[in-house]
Write a protein that binds this ligand. Structure first.
Ligand SMILES: NC(=O)c1ccc[n+]([C@@H]2O[C@H](COP(=O)([O-])OP(=O)(O)OC[C@H]3O[C@@H](n4cnc5c(N)ncnc54)[C@H](OP(=O)(O)O)[C@@H]3O)[C@@H](O)[C@H]2O)c1
Length: 435
């Protein structure tokens, strides 16, 4: 049972977002407030606004960093031995990125605010509530608490702690008429995302943000009803519940996919290696391989690509030579660049299309008699279709590359290929463009 009228509530993280809204709603219920935050100006502004809206309640502020002992002591000293009816453990922040590359100090602070401060304040005020037989604690956890959070590993684990801790205290305190509720919001439009210190707009999780008001209402309603856990929003509920029926590996892999940073492949790239012997000197093979105008014939060997060349054999050496590619089903833009060239031994090209990045290294080893060459193509592809590629494309790519090598061998035998401009190739970028 919670008595709101003329009782005291503490709200941490009241200078912004959910904490500020929760404080305002508690004031509406007649509660006097002790508000904390680090940003003094914003905290004062929040306090003044609440005071103006609800003049009958008292509003006090304590500027304190709750990741420090001194910050926690400042708050506890300010409150003294006055009875606290409601404690809202809301202050918190997250971070984003691979754990191996994370800022250790920031993550230590995160645990100090998101976990240790929650324990310290619960320890300070729960015994009084139990002794009086009334009161409640609202701990702001997160919907992330229901599954591991790759790329937010420390934050996710901290919120899982808050969820578990709250549920345990709920069971212990309810017999005394005191409630402890974990509020588990999904991504919500507050200062939280900005405070992550990293761009997360590309992630499936943070692309859509909910309004804070329904989250605040849901939290206070659950506290009223003595609920142990509340997950605002149907989508968040479904995600939280569906995780229970999945093997942990599946759940974590899905979470990783939803949170992964740009450019992070979940799996190793597709790798395709072809090796062939061509009865021609290394110099001759180099000339053929680096003959940009010869490329279309190789790519035509891939059955799923129809090539339309706009390149001109007359284009001056050293100039980029546009060649247009058109996929059978999809018009795509493919740009290819020679990124390294070492005559006559090796050269590498890279290409980007539809978010897929491919790099291919050709190496040419002359046989000891110098009459033949061993040609190796090593290709890696990374991109959104990597999984599909591994299953479906890799074999076809290997076959297409082999067909390309067969073409090359035939060209070497007949000596029909255009003489390339290898010197120019090694010093300029070749760009292939398609519409
Ligand atoms: N918004 C979301 O998407 C979301 C989702 C799930 C859970 N949550 C949780 O909701 C709670 C409230 O966050 P919010 O969304 O309202 O974000 P917010 O607008 O950034 O508010 C965070 C609050 O926490 C305070 N705070 C942060 N570090 C602190 C520290 N070291 N000492 C004292 N106060 C500190 C901030 O105060 P100063 O700015 O004054 O330092 C601010 O008042 C957090 O626990 C967060 O983890 C948020």
């Amino acid at each position: 049972m919670i008595h709101y009228q003329d009782r005291w509530a503490i709200v941490t993280g009241a200078s912004s977002g959910l904490g500020r809204g929760l404080a305002a709603r508690l004031a509406d219920r007649g509660m006097s407030l002790v508000l904390t935050g680090r940003n003094e100006a914003r905290l004062d502004e929040a306090a003044h606004q609440i005071q103006r809206a609800t003049p009958r309640v008292k509003v006090e502020t304590v500027t304190a960093d709750l990741s420090t002992r001194s910050g926690l002591s400042a708050l506890l000293d300010h409150v003294g031995d006055r009875p606290i009816e409601v404690l809202v453990n809301n202050a918190g922040f997250g971070s984003y990125g691979a754990f191996a590359e994370a800022d250790a100090d920031r993550e230590d602070n995160e645990v100090a605010v998101d976990v240790s401060a929650v324990i310290t304040l619960a320890r300070a005020f729960l015994p009084g509530m139990i002794a009086r037989g009334s009161g409640g604690i609202l701990n702001v956890a997160s919907a992330i608490a229901f599954q591991p959070a790759p790329y937010q590993a420390v934050y996710g684990a901290s919120k899982a702690f808050v969820l578990s801790f709250s549920q345990a205290l709920w069971a212990e305190a309810r017999v005394a008429g005191v409630t402890v509720t974990a509020l588990c919001p999904g991504p919500t439009r507050t200062g939280f995302v900005d405070a992550l210190g990293a761009d997360v707009g590309h992630t499936a999780i943070y692309r859509r943000l909910a309004d804070p008001e329904p989250v605040i209402e849901a939290g206070l309603r659950a506290l009223d009803k003595g609920r142990a856990v509340v997950i605002p929003g149907v989508r968040n509920k479904v995600v939280a519940i569906s995780g229970r029926f999945m093997p942990p590996e599946w759940l974590t892999r899905i979470a990783a996919r939803l949170l992964r940073p740009i450019g992070t492949a979940l799996r190793p790239p597709i790798e395709v290696r072809n090796e062939t012997v061509i009865h021609a000197s290394a110099e001759r093979v180099w000339d053929l391989l680096t003959d940009v105008e010869g490329w279309p014939s190789w790519y035509r060997a891939c059955r799923w690509v129809r090539m339309e060349s706009t390149g001109s054999a007359a284009s001056s050496p050293g100039a980029a030579r546009p060649v247009s590619f058109r996929w059978k089903a999809h018009p795509v833009v493919l740009r290819s660049t020679v990124i390294a060239a070492e005559r006559p031994h090796s050269f590498a090209i890279d290409a980007d299309a539809m978010g897929l990045h491919a790099e291919r290294m050709f190496t040419i080893h002359p046989t000891p008699d110098g009459l033949s060459s061993v040609v190796i193509s090593h290709e890696t592809q990374v991109g959104p279709v990597a999984r599909l590629g591994r299953v479906f494309l890799a074999r076809r790519l290997r076959a297409a590359n082999q067909a390309m090598f067969d073409d090359l061998a035939r060209a070497a035998g007949r000596g029909v290929a255009t003489q390339a401009t290898p010197a120019a190739l090694s010093s300029h970028r070749v760009v292939l463009t398609s519409r």
